[in-house]
Design a protein around this ligand. Structure first.
Ligand code: BTN
Length: 327
């Protein structure tokens, strides 16, 4: 590993606290001059490192840049390999390419910006720099293809738990069936799971779980077409080291998915966290819009609805989307 990376790791492990050049040099086993050169190299690459006379170097708490070292220091879970890139097309697309080359489970590709972020049904997922975090995690669960929806449902629960932890319980996220997280009736996060199936066994070969979270309101606000439906966790309020903290907390919660990909307890929590139950909704099937009442989510994660004519249906997520009536 390069000296600069060691230095960054040590500074991340002590974020906000000054570490002297001497301490860094001793911990890494290099000269103080080599540490100084590494600090300069990191600064040239854009890392904000402050210096306090006679005390040492430190990363400011308020810095919000995303980094592998920052996430790894907070995560402390060796099952994950964290790979942070600044700008990518789509973390899901890149991770699918890595998956076919044999990349192991637990590989997390995290970006600060996506130029072609995508959502369900080929929709675009707005992924600007500076205000969100875009995460894809590679999973290799021993799971039948038909159960792959439970990856999305468990991930939705994981994101809700992470948001509650990071906000100290101040935010109460809800899940809008099947893959969106809402706060105050607006979307704050979308989840997209893409999987490859082995034809012979009908089992999943791999799954790429993609999660995009709006952390703060983008500079100049959300684009007109999503302004009315999108929101962010913290609006314009600055939060210390927030992008690394959210990414690490979401990954921590997703650790459960590696241990028990089809955990039924998670489905119970998924049901309890639903936004639309007992509300009037619009079911969107192709170009048809049908009014209905959302009744609940069943054991197969289908949304059970009752139409105006009294008939009922259990909706399958790949075929329909829903929204609250009146929106
Ligand atoms: C949706 O809103 O329908 C799902 C959005 C999923 C967005 C995430 S961001 C990380 C990953 N990469 C993508 O291109 N999409 C997912």
């Amino acid at each position: 590993m390069k000296t600069s990376q060691y230095v960054l790791e040590l500074l991340e492990q002590n974020r906000g606290k000054a570490v002297s050049g001497e301490e860094l040099a001793a911990a890494i086993g290099v000269s103080r001059n080599a540490v100084w050169k590494a600090i300069e190299e990191l600064r040239r690459s854009g890392v904000k490192i402050n210096a306090k006379t006679k005390t040492g170097y430190f990363l400011p708490e308020s810095d919000n840049s995303l980094s592998k070292e920052g996430i790894t220091a907070l995560l402390g879970d060796e099952r994950f390999t964290v790979d942070v890139r600044h700008t990518v097309t789509s973390t899901n697309d890149l991770l699918k390419q890595l998956a076919v080359t044999g990349t192991p489970e637990g590989y997390a590709l995290i970006a600060a910006e996506q130029t072609m972020g995508k959502g369900r049904f080929g929709r675009k997922f707005y992924s600007p720099d500076g205000s969100g975090v875009y995460i894809s995690l590679l999973l290799r669960p021993k799971m039948k293809a038909e159960d792959s929806l439970f990856i999305t449902t468990s991930a939705a629960v994981a994101v809700c738990r992470a948001v509650e932890t990071i906000s100290g319980g101040r935010l109460s996220p809800k899940i809008k069936w099947v893959n969106d997280i809402y706060i105050n009736q607006k979307k704050v996060c979308g989840i997209l799971t893409e999987a490859a199936v082995s034809f012979e066994s009908g089992m999943l070969d791999y799954a790429v779980l993609g999660i995009g979270i709006n952390i703060t309101t983008p500079e100049g606000d959300f684009p007109e077409e999503i302004k009315g439906i999108a929101t962010s966790l913290f609006g314009g309020t600055e939060q210390d080291n927030i992008r690394n903290r959210i990414a690490a907390e979401v990954l921590k919660e997703l650790g459960g998915l590696i241990d028990a990909p089809d955990d039924k307890a998670c489905l119970e929590e998924y049901k309890q966290r639903q936004l639309l139950i007992d509300r009037d909704i619009v079911v969107i099937k192709g170009d048809k819009r049908i009014f209905a009442r959302a009744l609940g989510v069943d054991e197969r994660a289908r949304l059970c609805v009752r139409y105006e004519d009294g008939s009922t249906e259990a909706l399958i997520s790949g075929e329909v989307s829903v929204r609250a009536a009146g929106n």
